[in-house]
Design a binder for this molecule. Structure first.
Ligand code: ADP
Ligand code: MG
Length: 243
């Protein structure tokens, strides 16, 4: 179980995260849904220490690590436990698909180049991109680039895979190929925290759904409960607004 506690964050006078507590059970897929501007991306970013929180901790089962004032060794610990998939893929544009996946294995995991490339090819296979190993990102579709970004993240065997609206920058015809990859990771037991606006996917692929608004969790539960029987009127209103 990964435990996130008391996360607060303001940008200037604007309170964006208001004391968020969240548990992510091992092997579970937790999806966060909620209106634009409610602080979902900020929550994911402070969890990975891409941005510091004002208060709050994350605990991977070995003690709480501050998200407000982490020491370099704590930041390294957090980053090595979390794989991050961004909305806009963030691939290295001057590197091939294979290098995008293998470089982290060399630099963060100390693998030899040969071993890193062997693992990277396996990971490219897992996302159906083995035939594109030598391609540069500019010669790949958005869906293909995102599959490589996912391969790059999972190659490092993170304890938690974080995905921030992984399909929202894609053309509609490419959404399903990326969702299929994420679903297969979910089915193979990858622990995931995902922000998504794909409600059907959140319903089908998640173990747990969190409705987030104004910097905090309004309610959470099984997909069945949140989508069919929300107890908070704000959740019901959000769900009816997007259908
Ligand atoms: P969501 O992902 O739910 O759409 P965000 O976490 O991106 O929401 O943003 C929450 C709020 O914080 C928004 O009002 C946004 O403008 C603001 N915000 C996000 N990042 C920054 C930043 N780096 N500097 C200032 N304001 C920010
Ligand atoms: Mg966002």
């Amino acid at each position: 179980m990964i435990q996130i506690r008391g996360v607060r964050k303001s940008f200037g006078a604007q309170l964006v995260l208001d004391g968020v507590d969240l548990d992510i059970p091992q092997g579970a897929v937790v999806s966060i849904i909620g209106p634009s501007g409610s602080g979902k991306s900020t929550l994911l970013r402070v969890i990975d220490y891409l941005e510091s929180a004002d208060e709050g901790t994350i605990d991977f089962g070995q003690g709480a690590i501050s998200l407000a004032s982490a020491q370099p060794k704590d930041i390294f610990s957090i980053r090595s436990r979390i794989g991050f998939v961004f909305q806009n893929y963030n691939l290295f544009l001057n590197k091939t698909a294979l290098d995008n996946v293998s470089l982290g294995l060399v630099h963060a995991k100390g693998k030899s180049r040969k071993e890193a490339e062997r693992i990277a090819l396996d990971e490219l296979k897992r996302v159906g991109m083995q035939d594109f190993a030598d391609r540069y990102p500019s010669k790949l579709s958005g869906g293909q680039q995102q599959r490589i970004a996912i391969a790059r993240a999972i190659a490092l065997e993170p304890e938690l895979l974080v995905l921030d609206e992984p399909t929202s920058a894609l053309d509609p015809e490419m959404v399903d190929e990326v969702l299929a990859v994420i679903k297969s990771l979910a089915d193979s037991g990858t622990t995931m925290l995902m922000v998504t606006h794909e409600m059907r996917f959140a319903r089908n692929a998640s173990d747990h759904v969190v409705f987030f608004e104004h910097g905090n969790i309004v309610e959470q539960g099984s997909p069945e409960r949140i989508f069919n029987h929300p107890t908070e009127s704000r959740t019901a209103r959000f769900l009816s607004s997007i259908h």
